[in-house]
Design a protein. Structure first.
Length: 425
């Protein structure tokens, strides 16, 4: 039996959806433990592409059970749209999807406030997806949140919504000069959602406990990545939850002592969406070319991703926080054809060398990357399925990263499809 946590190593968009899909074949349950519909996991099966934002990508396997934990903030409309999308593609969801009854919900006022706050910040904006994720988590920790279970009691829901909307409309009107939202419209919409969502609600700790007793295998998947963690990331340019390995327990009610493996997913290079420091970022025409080469556009927002060389300083910090048992490297094929490839080994700031991550934003924004340069490979890796048949320089690149990090790379992805995967023996 193995209970596995899959975590993004840097800024999200590492290709976790594909790795989760691959490892789902070995487990019985797939559990999403944090984030919201600001995440986008893309899986390609044959000629079919599936982009999921809330429901674990394990739902694409017909015999697997899928769970959305209490650590996730849920937009009910997005959830129901996703269920309809899957059913329209022939995927059965009923009886296989369980949603925590104590997960918090996203409301229209969260999305409005998310956008208005970003507008007010101007050049100092964080670069959120404007899906209401941050404001929903803010309500949760300020004990103003509304949970899924509240939908099942009309009087409680009405009372909580009324109290929230009164405060939020005051903010929207008097602080941000926006337009008030209608109580009746929100209330009626969410009451309709309640009837459709009710069959999926469950007490997740009990389900996971029974799975343990029955010796089932459980896979926990996070959204975003370690460097977007609200505590350990490049604050304030972070998400509003904990996408690190520890978040798997908090976001589901699963005991830390029962986790067997932690798997980190990393690209063969670095990317970031939105604002915030990015030491190894490309610039100019090479940045544009590389983005197109890797199709680096957000699955959720379509925003172009910032791309850069592999950053061992950040990665070593991610290894420290998560204690990965092994790594899965994605998008190695994007590097095909480059004459040379760089790896950032340390940062330089005002004559001082840093080989560990710094929490000081002044340093992160203004430091210079110090690179080790390796020869590239001028051949395609897309159709290779045997690790030892990869180009010599590709193997050397992977080996060098492994040496820096002290963590083995056991999976290498050379394309978006399931079959474009190399398992390292």
């Amino acid at each position: 039996m193995a209970n596995i946590v899959i975590v993004g190593t840097l800024f999200g968009d590492e290709g976790k959806g594909k790795i989760v899909d691959l490892l789902t074949q070995q487990v019985d349950y797939v559990v999403r433990f944090q984030g919201g519909n600001n995440a986008g996991h893309t899986v390609e099966i044959g000629d079919e592409q599936y982009i999921l934002h809330l429901i674990p990508s394990g739902i694409l396997h017909k015999d697997k059970m899928c769970i959305i934990g209490n650590g996730v903030v849920i937009d009910p409309k997005c959830l129901l749209d996703e269920i309809k999308f899957l059913e329209s593609r022939g995927m059965s969801v009923g009886g296989r999807l369980f949603i925590s009854d104590i997960a918090h919900m996203i409301f229209p006022y969260h999305k409005v406030l998310d956008e208005l706050r970003e507008q007010k910040k101007g050049k100092k904006k964080i670069g959120t997806t404007k899906r209401g994720i941050g404001p929903a988590y803010a309500d949760k920790v300020s004990r103003m949140g509304i949970r899924m279970i509240d939908l099942l009691n009309e009087n409680i829901f009405k009372e909580k919504l009324s109290m929230n909307l009164e405060e939020k409309n005051d903010l929207i009107k008097n602080v941000y000069n926006g337009e008030s939202l209608s109580f009746n419209e929100i209330f009626d919409s969410y009451m309709r959602y309640a009837e459709q969502i009710k069959p999926y609600l469950a007490q997740i700790p009990h389900i996971l406990h029974k799975a343990l007793i029955d010796k089932k295998n459980i896979l926990f998947e996070g959204a975003q990545g370690t460097m977007l963690d609200v505590d350990f990331g490049t604050y304030p340019y972070v998400t509003s939850s904990n996408p690190t390995a520890g978040g798997a327990c908090i976001g589901t009610g699963f005991a830390p002592s029962k986790i067997d493996e932690v798997v980190g997913v990393t690209k063969a290079y670095s990317t970031r969406v939105g604002e915030g420091p990015f030491t190894t970022e490309f610039s100019g025409s090479f940045a544009d070319w590389f983005r197109k080469q890797g199709n680096e556009y957000g699955a959720t927002t379509g925003r172009p991703r910032r791309c850069g060389w592999f950053d061992c300083v950040l990665m070593k910090y991610s290894v420290l926080i998560n204690q990965f048992d092994y790594l899965a490297m994605t998008k190695l094929d994007v590097m095909d054809g480059l004459e040379s490839i760089k790896i950032c080994t340390v940062y330089k700031y005002k004559g001082e060398i840093f080989d560990v991550f710094q929490n000081d934003l002044e340093i992160l924004k203004n430091c210079e990357p110090v690179y080790e340069e390796l020869p590239g490979w001028q051949e395609s890796t897309k159709n290779i399925r045997d690790y030892n048949k990869l180009p010599k320089n590709a193997l050397a690149y992977i080996d060098r990263i492994t040496q820096f990090l002290g963590v083995p790379i056991k999976i290498v992805s050379v394309g978006a499809k399931r079959e474009a995967t190399i398992f390292v023996d």
